[in-house]
Design a protein around this ligand. Structure first.
Ligand SMILES: Cc1ncc(COP(=O)(O)O)c(C=O)c1O
Length: 394
């Protein structure tokens, strides 16, 4: 089949709920994608942050091969070595928490919201506070938590019990907060909302309000988790410890897995029969995730994210001096947002034509989020392509 035939087949048989780029990807290796027409693409937004240690990392591929020959799936009626091992690795890195496994970021947030309600049963706390421009996923609770009207259109009525506040606005948060709140759900760095970091004072205020009232502080680390920002988790850049974090994306190194990690005393509210996922924590996904964590550690990829994040930021700052359409650079480690004074859609299309894949969110914010295995030469290459495209944009 050629590219046009594949696209025609999609048009006929696949629901058109995604805006797709006109490329058929056949292979991924490290920081490169290969398409059906033989093009090689430098990937600076690998799998929307899923392939955070590059495409088909050899340690992950080997772990999957090994596990596939032993046991692909077993339901949660039984124990497995892999699920327990992965939970231990996460606990050692995140506040001694206990894990519930699922298959995506939205499901991890669903689990966190359900746990917050369950933990608060019998008290009058039931409300959630989330932030404007947040993104938490597309299932009903997760999309309700996602305080962006464009994701709500056509799906009313949403779930009851959610209140929205402007991100980083301490006064607004304090005003809305009441003894009816059971949880505050926030991204430590908003991703889809435009790579915006929470201020330390904001996260501290959430922590204090939750401590005073008994509500839970839930951090959505689906995009910030697993090392990309230069720490295992985004909250570790701050002085606060949340009650729950949610993970997905890079957690599986390319395989679908999500997790909710909760402090043990809170996690104990989920007793048998309260919550479940058939595929959650299956041995294949857990083996991939364990190998991902081992790769991050053995290849010192978090240090690389810090170093390469600094390197890329220096290079991008130089571009900012040259091109006035770059208004601002934001982010931590390898989670970098480039806010433009103009729409970014044509810029990302032109970058792709020249062999670089980046993303644009909120209309004018480019996301520069390569994998943690990225090297300086690849950043140079990406900057050269972006620069040549910006030349054409003025
Ligand atoms: C911060 C954040 N939370 C949740 C999600 C939803 O994850 P999933 O698409 O795996 O359900 C995303 C996806 O982009 C995200 O960026």
């Amino acid at each position: 089949m050629n590219t046009q035939e594949v696209i025609s087949q999609f048009n006929q048989y696949v629901i058109g709920n995604y805006g797709r780029l006109p490329r058929v990807i056949t292979r991924g290796e490290g920081n490169y994608l290969y398409d059906l027409d033989g093009n090689k693409i430098l990937d600076f937004f690998p799998g929307w942050a899923v392939s955070g240690i590059g495409h088909c990392h050899p340690m992950v591929v080997e772990a999957i091969r090994r596990q596939a020959g032993e046991l692909l799936h077993i339901d949660n009626t039984f124990y497995t070595i892999q699920q327990g091992h992965l939970a231990k690795l996460l606990s050692e890195r995140a506040f001694g928490g206990k894990s519930f496994f699922c298959n995506s970021g939205a499901e991890a947030n669903e689990a966190a919201l359900k746990l917050a309600r369950k933990y608060n049963v019998g008290k009058k706390r039931y409300k959630f506070i989330t932030a404007e421009r947040s993104f938490h996923g597309r299932t009903f609770a997760a999309v309700t938590a996602t305080a962006q009207p464009k994701y709500h259109e056509g799906f009313m009525p949403l779930m009851a019990g959610f209140e929205y506040v402007p991100f980083n606005d301490i006064d607004a948060l304090t005003q809305v907060f009441s003894d009816e709140v059971c949880g505050v759900l926030i991204e430590p760095i908003q991703g889809e909302g435009g790579v915006r970091e929470a201020t330390p004072e904001y996260l501290q205020t959430i922590r204090d309000l939750c401590d005073e009232s008994g509500a839970l502080m839930i951090l959505d680390e689906v995009q910030t988790g697993m090392g990309r920002t230069g720490r295992w988790f985004g909250y570790q850049h701050y002085e606060v410890v949340p009650d729950i974090i949610t993970l997905a994306k890079t957690l599986g190194g390319g395989v679908a897995i999500g997790a909710m990690v909760a402090k043990p005393e809170i996690a104990s509210a989920l007793v048998p029969g309260t919550h479940a996922s058939t595929f959650g924590g299956n041995p294949l996904a857990c083996a991939a995730s364990i190998a991902t964590i081992e790769a991050i550690e053995s290849e010192k990829l978090i240090d690389n994210a810090v170093r390469m994040g600094q390197y890329a930021t220096e290079k991008l700052n130089a571009l900012k001096q040259k091109f006035p359409i770059i208004r601002e650079l934001r982010g931590k480690g390898l989670m970098i947002g480039i806010e433009l004074t103009v729409p970014g859609g044509t810029i990302i299309s032109k970058c792709l034509e020249r062999g670089l894949r980046i993303n644009c969110t909120q209309g004018n914010i480019l996301r520069f989020m390569p994998s943690m295995t990225i090297r300086a030469e690849e950043i140079d290459q990406a900057i050269d392509i972006l620069s040549s495209v910006l030349e054409t944009e003025g």
